[in-house]
Design a binder for this molecule. Structure first.
Ligand code: GDP
Ligand code: MG
Length: 177
């Protein structure tokens, strides 16, 4: 009977990273199982949501999308409010976006200085790479130094690892909920 009182938990997840690294594509793939080859820049802020059940808990996951060129400013600060977690995306084929990932993580750490926002790192567009993957910096030490929970190679195009990555993030958030 008590089950019926279980209201779903609504979690707000920020999706950030440099322009064109695949933030909108990841959200579209995850929430609607769609992918578009054609690039359509995101304007302003928007969110998509998906319902799921994890660890016997009903969750409404809201993925917040922001225009990539909008780095830390007033708008970003508003968008960061009440977030439960974050996804930092970089384009695994463009090393410049790897450094961009660090800039975004620094902004998150600055805004959530008192509670450490659970954050994962996604190396997206891995369908365009041939393993073994190489990066300008060692991704393991990068993850550790910048306090990401975990990193994943993802492809929005081929639907690779996106569900796994978000499930991992939600589990960590729920553990301390
Ligand atoms: P955003 O600016 O970070 O929101 O990037 P978009 O999601 O709009 O994607 C930018 C471009 O990269 C688009 O042309 C997408 O089709 C393409 N793209 C996104 N994800 C992938 C991926 O996993 N693999 C490949 N090959 N292209 C992708
Ligand atoms: Mg976008």
């Amino acid at each position: 009977e008590s089950k019926e009182n279980d209201e779903p938990i609504c979690l707000k997840i920020l999706v950030v990273g440099k322009l064109a690294c695949g933030k909108t594509s990841i959200i579209q793939r995850y929430c609607h199982n769609e992918f578009q080859q054609r690039y359509k820049p995101t304007i302003g802020v928007d969110f998509q949501q998906k319902e799921l059940e994890i660890m016997n808990t009903k969750v409404i996951l809201q993925l917040w999308d922001i225009a990539g060129q909008e780095r830390f400013n007033h708008m970003t600060r508003v968008y960061f409010q009440n977030a439960d977690g974050a996804v930092v995306v970089f384009d695994a084929t463009r090393s410049g976006t790897f450094l961009g990932a660090k800039a975004w993580k620094d902004d998150i750490d600055f805004c959530f200085s008192d509670q450490d926002l659970p954050t994962i790192l996604l190396a997206n567009k891995c369908d365009l790479l041939t393993p073994p993957y190489t990066f300008p910096e060692d991704i393991d030490s990068f993850r550790e130094q910048n306090k990401f929970i975990k990193y994943f190679y993802t492809s929005a195009k081929e639907d690779k690892n996106i569900n796994e990555a978000l499930e991992e993030l939600v589990k960590v958030i729920l553990q301390s909920y």
